[in-house]
Write a protein that binds this ligand. Sequence first.
Ligand code: HEM
Length: 412
Amino acid sequence: MTAGTRDHTLLELIGALIEPAARPDPYPVYARIRELGAATLDLPVWETPGAVISSYRECEAVLRDPRMSSQRGRDRRLADMMPPGAPSSVGQRWFLSLDPPDHTRLRRLVSAAFTARRIARLSGRIEELVDGLLDRAAERDRPFDIVEDLAYPLPMTVICEMLGVPAADHEQVREWSSRLTRLIDGFGAGPSEESLDGLLALNVYLNELIADRQADPGDDLISELIAVREGGDSLSHDELVSIVGLLLVAGHETTVNLIANGALALLRHPACFAELRDDPALAEAVVEETLRYDPPVHITARVATEDMELSGVRLRRGATVVLLLAAAHRDPAEAENPDVFDPHRPEIRHLAFGLGPHFCLGAPLARLEARLALTRLTRRLPAPVLLQDPPPYREHVNLRGPRSIPVPRPAP
Ligand code: HEM
């Protein structure tokens, strides 16, 4: 295949990936993209042609490569979308999209709150929340929707409680946050008035919440972040708005997919479902295999900080490199029978939480929530039955996951 034909085929495949028809199962398209190898991608919105990479080895190398920047401008654009005079915006100082030294500094100031030890202390409260959600689902006079009734409210409540968002505001924050997710997924129809209004409302809300805590500190993460002092350094108001917004969105829009994708895999593999029900120790492997087999985040990107060659693709400084993490996870050079869901595989490797300096700060929390939710789900569901297969999917290409998973009601 000539380079020109390959570039054209890649564009067609990216088009197929974005089509709603690919949402229930994008993996055959990913396989075809992977077979092309690292390839040039020249999008009209880019100033310089970029590249798409989809093999495990290449994705791993790019995530570790210090010549690759995370500063994509994408999140900064969220702030630029706001009207003049609007309050400090989410996205302005999002450390997910910053490089050292700014990234190193902000991450250090926040990371103390997310150590595995501190997260483990939340397990009692998470169990209580899962049981409460399952109890309510058992009482309802309709089928149980694993997404709406469990996978969504659990991480949303956990991160809101950690941050100290009052319970009465959770539903509203959820609504704004899902509008913001539509903006950042990057493959939608572009910013709509609805999503921009949502972003503005969330910004106003977070600015007020932070100001409240500054005046009257409580026993919550926002108050803790306000109080962080390290060698005379502390977080500015703009930084606090961005960080709280990042934790709020990253804290649940991804974990909802992990719980939903894991539940779906278990329902489609009744032997695994029964095994987890009888042996909670299998939860760790089930969650890791879900992260590999059907990850909550499919795509990330980096920008080349110098002219370079990447697996035969020449890149100019400023070129965007798109990493198809979900394609890399099914790379046959990395995992045996990659298209099979098998929590018993000898080694489960994935890049679902990224790698290197930007490795997901919330990984211990997401893992804990998913392990507890999936284990308890297998105990409470009368049988592994899916009322709709495939289930309907949310429109997101990157933060891809089911919109709803209807199943028979859990046992009381
Ligand atoms: C970063 C995935 C849950 C907070 C990341 C990255 C990925 C990711 C892939 C790195 C992106 C890159 O390098 O380009 C996920 C998945 C989750 C999840 C799959 C759930 C299953 C969470 C939770 C939180 C969180 C629960 C917080 C409560 C963050 C933050 C970063 C991040 C703050 C930025 C880290 C940095 O730039 O240093 N996540 N995440 N994530 N995640 Fe998560």
